[in-house]
Every structure is written in structure tokens, then in C-alpha cells.
Design a protein around this ligand. Structure first.
Ligand code: FES
Ligand code: FES
Length: 157
């Protein structure tokens, strides 16, 4: 089987796994990057969102073969528990999540948007996040916190 090379968080990783393996599984099981969550496993919840070549994608829908040669950024590329990325810090300060299962995917969708468009409109924010479902926070605090992040430009390291 051909070896697949994928740049994950700035480091080229190799695998001879089945090219049909979902990228989300590879990240979690082979690389032990478990910040990427798997909820529905079929592209409906956004919990598995990562950035691939600058675009937010559902990694449960990306077979490894299609990720070959691409640059993948996961939530682990942003911050550490004791050194959070400004977006993560703001979400914590604002109590913008409950169980937190959706949060890595939300953050990665937001990061992808803000890298491409640092001053998005409310509509652009909602469009960018429409694939990220949250089953428990009710969205109110989350959207308020995201509004602050965008208004304050509080997303740069
Ligand atoms: S786990 Fe990928 S979209 Fe739900
Ligand atoms: S905070 Fe629980 S799913 Fe969003």
C-alpha cells in the first residue's frame, strides 16, 4: 500500500493506513490528536472540523487519500491548556460552552473564517458556523462571545 504523507500542524506525518480511512480517525487514533471530535461521523455536526489548506472541512468526510499532500491544522495547533489561543481564552472567559464537545470544531471554523476574512459581517460569521451544531449551550453565550472576538479583533496571537 502506498505511503500517504500529510502535513499536520506543521509536521509531515506518514501513514500506510487504508486511504479510505476518515481523516478524523487518523488524527485521533494514529496521531492521538483527540481535540478533534467525532460526533455524527457523516458531515452533519461539525465536531470534527479541521482546517485543510486554509478551508474548514469536516474531517469525518475526508478520506486519508484525499488529505495526502495537504496541510491540516487541528485544534492542537492553536493553544495549550496553560497558553490558550485568544479565541479559546475568550470562549472560556465568557462561559460560551457547556460540555465543550462542539467547541474545537467551532473554534476551527472561526479561525478559518478569520484568517481569510479578518472583519466578517454577522451574516458571514453565521454562514461560516452554520455547520457547527451545539446540543447543549443554546448558542446565546457562544454567539455573544464570537461577536466580541470579531469586534475586538481578539483573534490574533
Ligand atoms: S463528526 Fe464529522 S460532521 Fe459530525
Ligand atoms: S457545549 Fe455541548 S455540544 Fe456545544
Amino acid at each position: 500500500m502506498d505511503v500517504i504523507h500529510i502535513d499536520v500542524n506543521g509536521q509531515v506525518r506518514e501513514t500506510d493506513s487504508d486511504p479510505a480511512t476518515p481523516l478524523a480517525m487518523f488524527l485521533r487514533e494514529e496521531l492521538e490528536l483527540r481535540g478533534t471530535k467525532i460526533g455524527c461521523g457523516n458531515g452533519e455536526c461539525g465536531a470534527c472540523t479541521v482546517i485543510m489548506d486554509g478551508r474548514a472541512v469536516c474531517s469525518c468526510l475526508v478520506p486519508l487519500g484525499r488529505a495526502s499532500g495537504r496541510q491540516i491544522d487541528t485544534i492542537e495547533s492553536l493553544g495549550e491548556v496553560d497558553d490558550l489561543h485568544p479565541i479559546q481564552q475568550k470562549l472560556v472567559e465568557r462561559g460560551a460552552f457547556q460540555c465543550g464537545f462542539c467547541t474545537p470544531g467551532v473554534v476551527m471554523s472561526l479561525v478559518a473564517l478569520l484568517r481569510a476574512n479578518p472583519e466578517p459581517s454577522d451574516t458571514e460569521v453565521r454562514t461560516a458556523l452554520q455547520g457547527n451544531l451545539c446540543r447543549c449551550s443554546g448558542y446565546v453565550k457562544l454567539l455573544e462571545a464570537i461577536g466580541e472576538i470579531v469586534r475586538e479583533g481578539a483573534h490574533e496571537r
